[in-house]
Design a protein around this ligand. Structure first.
Ligand code: 9MR
Length: 567
């Protein structure tokens, strides 16, 4: 076989930033360097060089070489990287490659709002739909939702919020981390020099609140924060101040299913300590961010946060349990990290030293996700050093930077650069969200130190998501030649029923999951290498679902990449 036939060139199929790092991965068995050329759309060679032999990439099983073409800085469309006569997918070199993604990734949340009509004026006719779950038949929720039979005897109005994912459940645990990350995108923009104030200003998103004088990013987050507040157990009840872990249908619905057509009864599930601390963390940040914008709302958030905190301290080990089916578990048997995160937020907002006893130093070297959130506390404390003594702040900052260093090292050690290197050898459910979550830590190290290497690594992380990976797959809908477009979703269900739309641009798929946790993955992916255990099929919910807690870090990273300090 000719060398050419065995070569494949993997790039960021969307775009590289003109003044940023530009790396690609070449799949080849060759043990000696190969020549590469960067060509324009007209076929003109504008840069060339030799690949660097890497060898066997553990998680993909691919033999690869690396290409660094960072010195090519001329803005243009449809470049290709050519090795041994084989061309990559086309890609752009752009001034602001993530400007549109910033809008699209945040728009994900409006598309998935519950309790409000999704208006064609903001999303286009194909994505418009009636309000879901306002107690209008056939819906049975969410304006008067009882506790799961036998678990308590009141009902709550828990309308609003964002649907979790492809399903119509609404969960406080991952709703909390998602709202926090969207709020953090705002808070970074207004507190970090060059953080992108103009980019988060009023009128930057297509949502009904645009034009109300408040940042659209804050407006979008508020839709979820208001829901989280409604999930708190009312005064006078046995567990007053705790938050219900989640609310969802009494059984799983099928696909497709427009939210307003869901006929099933919905119930509040038992309160949990983890949900309560998510509420405390987010409400504490809400109190801080709305203080000058809406004092009444800020005060409501502060009261909710302090009530939640007191309830969690009184019930520190109420772990989530499932009553019936119809919703995701989001179970977590260790909430010391949630205590630390909530304490960091409450301490930052109130300045009260008593919260410090609950702070746990985080290990940021393995990133974070909804079940492991200690890092979020450190990230908050590191940004707001004024509340800590100088030596305390130094210790927090050093932990964030050490975490970033470890993540960058993990990234650079792989054939397909990715700040995700699972120690147990498995790519986990939602692995594609680990990339922007870890990039968030790396970007935070950039904010803290000003060192360009962190900005570059954060930008390079994006390449993995847009196609520089073992499957030549862009995991973001609408971005790249070969992009996911059949994600698991009850309304974006075109693959199941042609009357429904495909996902709009800017939705992040879960990505490879080597535990094959759904029947479609089990049917199609037997024997896959961890980084290749993915299929763009609507039935593969364990590899191809979308969720708010995966799009939140994507949106955060898009805003970071498009902010003045990074571009
Ligand atoms: O993101 C969740 C992942 O970490 C878990 O391993 C998985 C199985 O419990 O659940 C994921 O969350 C899903 C939730 O349970 C139901 N809605 C869709 C979520 C994303 O697939």
């Amino acid at each position: 076989p000719s060398a050419a036939a065995d070569v494949a060139v993997r790039v960021n199929q969307h775009a590289y930033q003109w003044n940023g790092p530009k790396h690609a991965t070449v799949v080849t068995d060759s043990t000696t360097p190969l020549s590469w050329q960067l060509t324009t759309s007209a076929g003109k060679v504008v840069a060339h060089g030799k690949t660097k032999v890497y060898g066997l990439d553990e998680f993909s099983g691919d033999h690869v070489h690396l290409v660094d073409f960072s010195r090519a800085t001329r803005v243009g469309e449809r470049y290709r990287l050519v090795v041994g006569g084989v061309a990559s997918f086309p890609f752009d070199i752009a001034k602001r490659p993530y400007e549109q993604l910033r809008e699209d990734a945040f728009a994900y949340f409006y598309h998935n709002r519950s309790g409000i009509e999704i208006d064609a004026a903001y999303v286009g006719a194909q994505y418009a739909r009636p309000a879901g779950h306002l107690g209008v038949a056939p819906n049975q929720g969410d304006t008067n939702v009882p506790c799961y039979p036998g678990s308590c005897d009141y009902s709550l109005d828990v309308r609003g919020g964002w649907y979790d994912a492809g399903d119509h459940g609404k969960y406080v645990v991952n709703g909390g981390i998602s709202a926090w990350q969207v709020l953090d995108a705002y808070e970074r923009a207004v507190t970090v020099s060059g953080g992108g104030r103009a980019e988060i200003a009023d009128g930057t998103l297509r949502i009904p609140e645009a034009g109300n004088g408040i940042s659209d990013v804050l407006d979008e987050a508020r839709w979820e924060v208001e829901f989280l507040l409604r999930m708190q157990v009312p005064a006078g009840q046995a567990l007053a101040g705790m938050a219900h872990h989640k609310m969802h249908d009494d059984a799983w619905t099928g696909i497709p299913m427009r939210p307003d057509l869901d006929p099933r009864p919905r119930y509040l599930q038992l309160p949990s300590t983890a949900a309560t601390l998510n509420l405390a963390a987010v409400a504490a940040r809400c109190a801080r961010l709305w203080k000058k914008l809406d004092g009444t709302f800020a005060a409501k958030c502060r009261t909710a946060a302090e009530r939640a905190w007191a309830a969690a301290v009184a019930h520190p080990a109420m772990y989530a349990q499932d009553l019936g089916t119809g919703g995701g578990g989001y179970g977590d048997g260790d909430v010391t990290d949630e205590f630390s995160w909530a304490a960091a937020e409450l301490f930052t907002t109130t300045g009260r030293a008593s919260y410090k006893a609950y702070l746990e130093p985080a290990d940021l070297s393995e990133g974070f996700y909804w079940g492991s959130v200690a890092a979020l506390g450190d990230l908050t404390l590191a940004r707001f050093h004024n509340q800590l003594s100088r030596s305390e702040w130094r210790a927090v900052r050093d932990r964030v930077v050490a975490g970033a260093d470890a993540l960058v090292a993990d990234m650079k050690s792989q054939g397909y650069a990715n700040p995700y290197l699972p120690r147990d050898g498995h790519y986990a459910w939602g692995s594609a969200s680990a990339t922007p979550n870890s990039a968030f830590i790396i970007a935070s190290a950039f904010d803290l130190t000003g060192k360009q290497k962190y900005r570059d690594a954060a930008l390079e992380s994006m390449d993995y998501l847009f196609g520089r990976n073992a499957l030549n797959q862009s995991y973001v809908s609408g971005y790249g030649e070969q992009a996911s477009h059949n994600m698991h979703h009850r309304f974006w269900a075109n693959q199941a029923n042609a009357a429904y739309p495909n996902p709009p641009a800017g939705a992040l798929a879960g990505g490879p999951n080597s535990r094959l946790e759904d029947p479609k993955a089990q049917e199609l992916l037997q024997g896959c290498k961890p980084a290749k255990c993915y299929v763009d099929h609507i039935d593969s919910y364990s590899t191809n679902e979308v969720t708010i807690n995966w799009n939140a870090p994507l949106a955060w990273m898009a805003l970071f990449a498009d902010s003045p300090s990074a571009r």
